[in-house]
Design a protein around this ligand. Sequence first.
Ligand SMILES: [Zn+2]
Length: 442
Amino acid sequence: MFDKEIAQSLFNFLDRHWLNTPSDYGMSRPSYSDEEEEASHFFINEAKKLDIPTFRDMAGNYYFVLEGKNPSLPAIVSGSHVDSVPRGGRYDGPAGVVAAFSILAAFKKRGIVPPQTLCAMIIRGEEGAWFGQVSIGAKLSIGDISYEKLHQLRRADTNTSLKDYMEHIGLKPDMLKNQPVLFPLHETACFIELHIEQGPLLKDKNIPVGIVTGIRGNIRYREIKCVGEAGHTGTVPHHMRKDAVRASVHVLAKLEEAFTQLQQEGMDLVFTFPVANTGAAGAHTTIPFDFRFAIEVRSQSQDTLNRCEHIIADNIKISEDIYNVKFEVPQPIKSLPAVMSTEVQHQLRTHSKEIDLPSISMPSGAGHDTAVFANAGVPSGMIFVRHNGISHNPDEDMPFEDFSLGVDLLAQFMLKGFCPENGAISQQSFTKSLLNNGAHPI
Ligand SMILES: [Zn+2]
């Protein structure tokens, strides 16, 4: 049960940020930009018409709140992001916000008072493409980004700091100096995000909805540099060579073997060597002395990620010894895996049966804001919606019928309510907590 008319019109509004120029094509809505702010205002305008109270926290996240029957019960919060990658698609992010908002709109219009308070949330700056940092709004909301970082993070295309962008849209980043918690952690029963799957599995299996078991964390080595020594390809004997390509290929082949072995042992793991090249150093008759490559490993298990990190270090050492080269290995960038609440998953499975909706359980290969809340201790879950399997690309597409099926499941979850596993009741209402944490009514 959700307001289809409002959902459609919100998607139409959001299309205003679709670029169709010879140099740029697709959705372009940078994190903490005017466009992201404008997109949020499409929702705020609808909320005003419906008399749904709206709040903005000090990180710029927006909260639309529908009070429940029992204010001492913690709230169900559901939301996603509205920023996109450069030349992105229509639905990665906005689908989850439109879903949660149009459920609240339907309840409000029909006078349905849910058992507990419901909140639709717009989370700022999820995409890492702009500032090199994912989930900025979510992390700021739980006090997990330092104030210094707001100066340091610079937008890739403009080199302007995040702090400047925040000030430009009327935020006061100085207020975040002591990393306050903005999100009502103790007044939230669960966080749940509807999102397009961003992969081909649901389409392939012809199942409309996925219930997420966990969000894979990752380790990324953006550039490992192998330093060898140049020489003539015809004259230098093999035992005297320092061949950067052969040394690197040896590492990659060993990793391929070891990681495939882990997969065969049943571990959740995907791995990619997304970049590999000799750059300008390559020449047909020169022994390669400079080879650069990247490694990315993702898993739902931190143990598996740790194991992979050791395997990478060991094989680099072995290759250095065999090939007499040096590898320059940067500190890997890490993001934690997140486990989805078994209780949320169970309820979603039960509700999907109630409404006759086929679903499967599956991990999320991509990172999401939900991981931030899950790792902050909030019972969390995700609903994946079938689409054409393409994402982070203008060709990303989702039939409205499939969106509707996913939203029906979310609506059922919100309507039935969710009690936290420990049965805790809140000391204060969700709204009161928001205000106490420095949010402003809009
Ligand atoms: Zn997303």
